[in-house]
Design a protein around this ligand. Structure first.
Ligand SMILES: [Zn+2]
Length: 471
């Protein structure tokens, strides 16, 4: 064990600096795997959850299953999934530790997929396909917390919760009350769509209150699954506290705007924060009832409550693990991969807000200054071509309040302002973190920025590392 671990520490230690200096780029990571193709084909041909359903029931559920597999395949083709990294190995190792200690509970061995999605989430489907997002891994504090999430998802699989939810949904859909309501809506002349949507929302709320029971069952089994493993239960269940604060990126944006731009060099003009068409915002017309509805459908309900229940169910665990230091590298790598994917998708404002959050909370994130300069140059280009709104939509559904202010801020910047932001970020980058790739960003910003004093400062800062840099 000791020897094996030393070896993997060494691999990570060599991979990480390469990763950050841009030698391993996002494009060079591995997105294809023969095993994935084979497993998905196999699972598609053997959907046990559909066995024993009537023809009418199959008509309802088969399309869902088909579109579920289509989504997996689409994501795979779109390079959302990642293979063969140190993160894959870690997730596999944690999952296998749990599986090996509890083999008798499983009817088949689960198949693990690492997704580069930014959503702090993981799930295990009815067929034993489990997806873990890098957006979750970057958030958890240690491998014990990640182990809890994985164990919880495996518990859903073992307890056949997909089947339970399906038969409950069948019950509601097949009830005379539901059928009657559908008939009623069909007879209506107006507002059919709206009425139908409301009926479906109602159904979602009913099903989510069912699923709360299932959640606590899965939590309880997760604790059992972890008992015979190396993971520390007291540490593991703390993941609930982490998930409770899931909106952090956005809140941080609001906090940081004045800290970032309220300096003498870069005064934060209040005019930047005023939305000229505020009065027409669709989102402000939301009723209290609609807001409540959204809350009750929140992805991670009752985390704080679940944490308390879990705390009561375990005794203080004093197991120690020497993998914690190793895990901080996995977190870092996950955050970088998630961010690179968002940048590739040009989710720029969101990427920027993540960077601000990471900089505030993780000391390694100081390396992200270089991304910020690039983001502002991309905004500048878009503003010049009057395409800022497609790159950073002013209005989109469910945009959090804190993030709206930031988007307004972005929209109030001129092409020159963006160039200035880019240059200030380069000036703030510690000399040892300056990279050759920044030269293009500097040149691009120099063409637009009119602040000659700032340009001289940036040039001499960059030349301290790259003597041969020409303007
Ligand atoms: Zn769950």
């Amino acid at each position: 064990m000791g020897l094996k671990m030393k070896k993997s520490i060494k691999i990570i230690a060599t991979v990480l600096p390469l990763f950050f200096s841009g030698i391993i780029s996002y494009a060079q990571l591995i997105y294809k795997s023969d095993q994935f193709d084979r497993v998905i084909e196999e699972k598609k041909g053997d959907v046990q959850i559909l066995e024993g359903l009537s023809k009418e029931q199959l008509n309802i559920f088969k399309p869902h299953i088909t579109s579920y597999f289509k989504t997996l395949e689409y994501n795979y083709k779109d390079s959302l999934y990642l293979f063969s990294t140190e993160i894959n190995k870690k997730v596999q190792d944690i999952a296998e530790s749990i599986y090996n200690a509890n083999q008798d509970r499983f009817t088949q061995k689960p198949f693990f997929i690492l997704s580069t999605s930014d959503q702090p989430n993981a799930f295990c489907d009815f067929n034993g396909i489990m997806v873990v997002n890098t957006g979750l891994i970057e958030l958890v504090d240690d491998e014990h917390q990640l182990a809890f999430v994985i164990a919880h998802e495996l518990a859903h699989f073992i307890l056949k919760h997909a089947e339970t939810s399906m038969s409950k949904a069948l019950g509601v859909l097949g009830s005379s009350e539901f059928k009657g309501k559908i008939k009623e809506i069909k007879r209506m002349e107006y507002n059919k769509v709206k009425k139908f949507e409301n009926l479906m929302k109602d159904l979602a709320i009913k099903t989510s209150s069912h699923s709360r029971e299932l959640e606590s069952d899965a939590d309880a089994l997760a604790v059992e699954l972890l008992k015979n493993t190396r993971f520390n239960l007291s540490k593991a269940i703390k993941v609930m506290e982490v998930l409770e604060e899931v909106d952090w990126f956005y809140e941080n944006v609001q906090y940081n705007l004045s800290a970032l731009y309220g300096t003498s060099e870069f005064p934060l003009d209040n005019i930047f924060l005023t939305d000229p068409d505020k009065g027409f915002s669709f989102f402000q017309q939301q009723t209290e009832k609609e807001k409540k509805l959204q809350d009750s459908l929140h992805t991670h309900p009752d985390c704080a409550e679940r944490y308390k229940t879990l705390q009561g169910s375990i005794s203080n665990d004093s197991k120690t693990s020497n993998e914690d230091e190793l895990f901080s590298n996995i977190k870092e790598l996950s955050a970088d991969i998630t961010l690179k994917r968002l940048l590739k998708k040009r989710a720029l404002a969101y990427s920027y807000s993540r960077i601000l959050y990471l900089e505030k909370n993780q000391n390694w994130a100081k390396e992200y200054q270089v991304y910020k300069a690039n983001i502002f140059n991309q905004f500048s280009e878009a503003q010049k071509k009057h395409r800022l709104n497609s790159l950073c939509p002013k209005k989109s559904p469910n945009m959090p309040e804190a993030f709206k202010e930031f988007v307004v801020f972005i929209h109030n910047q001129s092409v020159k302002d963006f160039a200035k932001h880019a240059l200030v970020h380069i000036l703030n980058t510690p000399i040892e973190l300056l990279s050759k790739e920044l030269a293009d960003d500097i040149k691009q910003a120099f063409e637009v920025c009119e602040d000659e004093a700032l340009k001289i400062k940036v040039a001499s800062h960059y030349k301290r590392k790259f003597l041969d840099f020409n303007f």
